[in-house]
Design a protein around this ligand. Sequence first.
Ligand SMILES: Cc1ncc(COP(=O)(O)O)c(C=O)c1O
Length: 403
Amino acid sequence: MNSNQSVIDAGKKYLIGNYGRLPVAMVRGAGSRLWDADGRQYVDLFAGFGGAILGHCHPDLIEAATQQAAQLWHVGNTFWTIPQIEVAQRLANIAFPGQAFFCQSGAEANEAACKLARLRGQVNGGTRYKIISLHKSFHGRTLAMLAATGSTKYREGFKPDVPGFVNVPGGDFDALAAAVDDDTAGIIMEPIQGEGGVNIYPEGYIQKVRQLCDEKQITLIFDEVWTGCGRTGKWFGHQHITDSNGNVILPDVMTLGKAVGGGLPVGVMFARPEIAALMTPGKHGSTLGANGICMAVTKRIFDVIERDKLLEHARVLGEHAVSRIKQSSAMAHVADIRGMGLFLGLEMKQAPRQLVEKGLEKGVVINVTADKVVRLAPPINISREDLDVGIDRLIEAIAAVYS
Ligand SMILES: Cc1ncc(COP(=O)(O)O)c(C=O)c1O
């Protein structure tokens, strides 16, 4: 398997075909650069759906993983282990006072959060079970998270839907309020919708949702699987949202995935202590959750983001990327640019057919979601030089696709 084609031939024979794969086999990465099996180099402006938040093969993360690999891998969660406590403590410092449960993926973290919302809804003989989510949301591929995901296309072929989930239009507070009833246990939403097209809600919307949840004792879950860990220029996406006194609007439960593992499988459910306390022994679990190597890497990700001032870097480079694109010929084809930090969406006037493939030809990795939104989410430690090269290649690809 020493060429793109030979890898693809073997993959087609042995792998289940549930992914629409591009005709390239990646074999090596360093920082924001990737190399394929034919030796071609790419600038990575998508970081493996956001997972590679610090790029590829970061030396600090290699060090953290190898040190822990030589010390302790896995004993299961009947024992106390140090790395997971250190990560949870870190989260309580940079997010809000809370406690953590660790799993392997964003979908599992959201499952845990919805279970916790139901637990809270059913204390003292309560019977609340309903979870409300938003159209165009994405919360994962497990059966229950398909029902939470507000886009029916992901559910096709998997009927019946898991009951107890209701989807309402995103950003429409009246529609949300109308869907709330005595059975409602939780509301789950992304601070910025990722798969749905990098969608930002109208001013004041999330504040009103928080207020409604307080009034009705509903558990508010922020799915920060895309927006967590510095992607938007703050530690978490919700930290951009404040009330009239400038206080950050906090969720009751926050979920993390993707970036929090830096490319290793880590999911987190992080909840306010009084709600987290409902998860008593036996209520939930995960055999490999909080695996030592994963937790050591996660802790080091937070250290590196802080040490290298990457929140500010993401903010500055995000603005730089937007201004470069706005000054380019590509703008003739762009209807809207939105996002925060290094989480950007360019909504094109017409669907950019084959743009991802054209980008690969030019040497840049990008993504297209929601039919016509070009999505950029490079590693947040990308250098200005690499970002510029990547954007130049993207602009060339856009010119070629619409010519
Ligand atoms: C907002 C959001 N939540 C949850 C998930 C599911 O995460 P995972 O693929 O790790 O299960 C995703 C995946 O893209 C996501 O974007």
